[in-house]
Design a protein around this ligand. Structure first.
Ligand code: PGA
Length: 256
């Protein structure tokens, strides 16, 4: 089954809108048409940069997909400080990360909240990138498969029928995020294969269609090995996405 890999740059709370424009332009300069033919590339700047980045992508006809890092599940209302999926859709956002481990750990998001956000993103014709992953304690006590399975089932529970086919799941072991410690390609493959079978138990038709990214200290040196794994369909990249050259070398991992 040919699934187009998705390589996503999660900029987190970094870069103002001027710096964001510069990074997009540098990145575009480093990539060639054949890079975008082989993989999809999504960029996830902070909310305040979205309009600027969207304008540059449109004006220069760049082949990046625009992404957000989070959103609220409601369309509008008294939710001070929140951003609606309808607002993101209006900015031509394609992908929205939901349930990133930093949102789960620092902002109290549980599977129920993540599930409502994922469904809201789909309802606005965008694609959720649903993040799951175990902590170090959970792995060391051998619970990683059960924990991740519960997150997958809980976070996808409001997604109906064939909509599940187009969802992206990002497997990001919490202990690998921002630490420089990557999961071995074999461990990452094992968990992504498990996630795929869990998705298959929810809806059989989705098993070969759903894309599963790996995230957690992905860099130009390890990207190729991770993405060569049969159940890993791309990467969610944090730190290494903030420099044009390192992110470009992850995007064109096949040339390495
Ligand atoms: P990292 O972050 O690549 O800096 O580990 C990944 C993520 O948080 O999505």
């Amino acid at each position: 089954m040919d699934r187009t890999p998705l390589i996503s740059g999660n900029w987190k709370m970094n870069l103002n809108h001027f710096e964001a424009i510069q990074l997009v332009q540098k990145l575009s300069y480093e990539l060639r048409n054949h890079d975008y033919d082989a993989v999809e590339v999504s960029l996830h700047p902070p909310y305040t940069d979205l309009r600027s980045v969207q304008t540059v992508i449109d004006a220069d006809r760049m082949r990046f997909q625009l992404g957000a890092q989070n959103c609220h599940s409601e369309v509008s209302g008294a939710f001070t400080g929140e951003i609606s999926p309808a607002m993101l859709a209006k900015l031509d956002v394609d992908y929205v990360i939901v349930g990133h481990s930093e949102r789960r750990a620092l902002f109290g998001e549980n599977d129920e909240i993540v599930a409502t956000k994922a469904a809201a993103v789909l309802a606005h014709d965008m694609t959720p990138i649903v993040c799951v992953g175990e902590t170090l304690d959970e792995r060391e006590s051998g619970q990683e498969a059960t924990i991740v399975e519960a997150q997958v089932v809980g976070s996808l529970k409001f997604i109906e029928g064939e909509k599940l086919d187009g969802v992206v799941i990002a497997y990001e072991p919490v202990w690998a995020i921002g630490t420089g410690v990557t999961a071995s390609a074999e461990d990452a493959q094992d968990m992504c294969s498990h996630i795929r079978s869990v998705v298959g138990s929810i809806r059989r038709e989705s098993i070969d269609l759903i894309r599963i990214q790996y995230g957690g200290s992905v860099n130009p040196a390890n990207a190729g090995e991770l993405m060569a794994m049969p159940d890993i369909d791309g990467a969610l990249v944090g730190g290494a996405a903030l420099q044009a050259d390192s992110f470009a070398r992850i995007v064109n991992f096949k040339d390495a």
